[in-house]
Design a protein around this ligand. Structure first.
Ligand code: IMP
Length: 417
């Protein structure tokens, strides 16, 4: 039995879903603990591509239990749509899909508030996914949120919606929204379960649990590049509070790092490449947002922010993804420190203004030309690719246990120690 967390350690889009899908083979339960449909988890299985936003990535295995816990913000209409697409492909949810009734509901008004706040920020906009995530979490914290469990109590739901509209000074058709939400509640209530008990029972029975992170550490609401962050705790510390799970019960924390950096949306990105190499990486890595289709900003691997992620999350082992994308570069840089106001540091800044004057300091490594996408064993990688992996390992002080060289489940190198 093992309880494992798989967490994104950059600005999101680390190919976590591929790693969750790979590691889910050993898991009995796959649990989402934060975020909402801002996530876009792409999985290729048996030649077919799935993009999941709310449904945990374990769903493609017919026997896994998949759990949306209380820390997730759920757009019930988007969830039902996503479920229907999967059901059409023969994927069954009955008896193995669960939602905590405490999970907060994202409403159409949250999407409107999200886009209104982006418009009012003008050139300082966050570049959100527009899925209403920030306003949804804000309502939850302000204690005016609607929760999934409310969708089966008509009078309570209506009263809460009236109070919520009042809180925001909005005129909305309460009767229509109540009716729609009750219909969604009717369809989803069979999946409601008290997740803390589900997890505690699984733990007692010795079942394997996999916590699936969404977004990435550098987008954490507190420890990320605030205010250019998402609105949840993305880090390992978010698991206990998000899922209702005891913080002592995690055996392995796998940090997912891409072999280069990307960021979608606004905000600091010290190693960003705005030149031809950046474009080359974007095209080779197909770096376009899974949720919004936006082109991702691309750059070199940043060992300073990666090390920050390692200490924040207590990473036990690293999954290094998309290594195959880097084949074909003559040289590859890794950022090993920052120069800020003439001072060399290895600390990730706590204040946004420090990024404006930050100069990344690079270590240049030789690249490799070979296609590595079919390689199954670490020893078969070109020497320069091995050297690149080992350099990252040294700089972060954590072993690279998994290396992904392609989107398919089988394109994964497992390193034995
Ligand atoms: P929000 O989560 O939609 O509020 O967006 C806040 C910031 O997080 C924006 O910069 C988004 O681009 C980014 N973000 C949110 N979800 C993801 C994700 O799954 N991958 C990458 N970036 C994300």
């Amino acid at each position: 039995m093992s309880v494992r967390a798989v967490l994104g350690c950059m600005y999101g889009d680390e190919a976590k879903a591929k790693m969750v899908d790979f590691l889910a083979e050993e898991a009995d339960l796959v649990v989402r603990f934060q975020g909402g449909s801002n996530a876009g988890h792409t999985i290729k299985s048996a030649g077919k591509k799935y993009v999941l936003h709310l449904v945990p990535s374990g769903i493609l295995y017919p026997e896994k239990k998949c759990v949306i816990s209380s820390g997730v913000v759920v757009d019930p209409f988007a969830l039902l749509e996503e479920m229907q697409i999967l059901q059409k492909d023969g994927i069954s949810f009955k008896g193995r899909f669960f939602i905590d009734p405490r999970a907060v509901v994202i409403l159409p008004l949250h999407k409107n508030l999200d886009s209104r706040s982006e418009t009012s920020l003008g050139k300082n906009k966050i570049g959100t996914t527009g899925k209403g995530i920030g306003p949804g979490y804000a309502d939850a914290i302000s204690r005016v949120g609607i929760r999934m469990g409310d969708l089966i109590y008509p009078e309570f739901l209506q009263a809460r919606l009236i109070a919520l509209a009042d809180f925001h000074g909005l005129e909305i058709d309460i009767a229509e929204l109540t009716a729609k939400l009750l219909t969604a509640g009717e369809q989803l209530k069979e999946y409601f379960i008290q997740v803390p008990y589900l997890l505690a029972t699984a733990q007692e029975k010795g079942e394997s649990i996999l916590f699936e992170g969404a977004q990435g550490t550098l987008l954490d609401v507190v420890f990320g590049t605030y205010p250019y962050v998402t609105s949840s705790h993305v880090i390992a510390g978010g698991i206990g509070a998000g899922a209702g799970y005891n913080p002592r019960g995690i055996d392995e924390i796998v940090g997912v790092f891409k072999s280069y950096y990307t960021r979608v949306g606004s905000g600091p990105f010290p190693t960003e490449l705005t030149d031809e190499t950046g474009n080359w990486i974007r095209e080779r890595g197909n770096e376009y947002g899974a949720t919004t289709g936006r082109p991702r900003r691309c750059g070199w691997f940043d060992a300073v922010s990666s090390r920050y992620s390692v200490i924040l999350n207590g990473i036990d082992s690293i999954a290094l993804t998309l290594l195959d994308v880097l084949s074909g570069l003559d040289n590859i840089n890794i950022c090993t420190s920052y120069k800020i106001d003439g001072v060399i540091t290895q600390e990730f800044p706590s204040h946004i203004s420090q990024f404006g004057v930050l100069e990344p300091q690079y270590l240049e490594l030789p690249g490799w030309q070979e296609d590595i996408s079919e390689i199954k064993d670490f020893s078969e990688l070109p020497a320069n690719a091995r050297h690149y992996v080992e350099t990252i390992e040294k700089l972060l002080g954590v072993r690279v246990k998994y290396i992904s060289v392609g989107a398919e489940r089988m394109q994964t190198i497992l390193r034995e120690y």
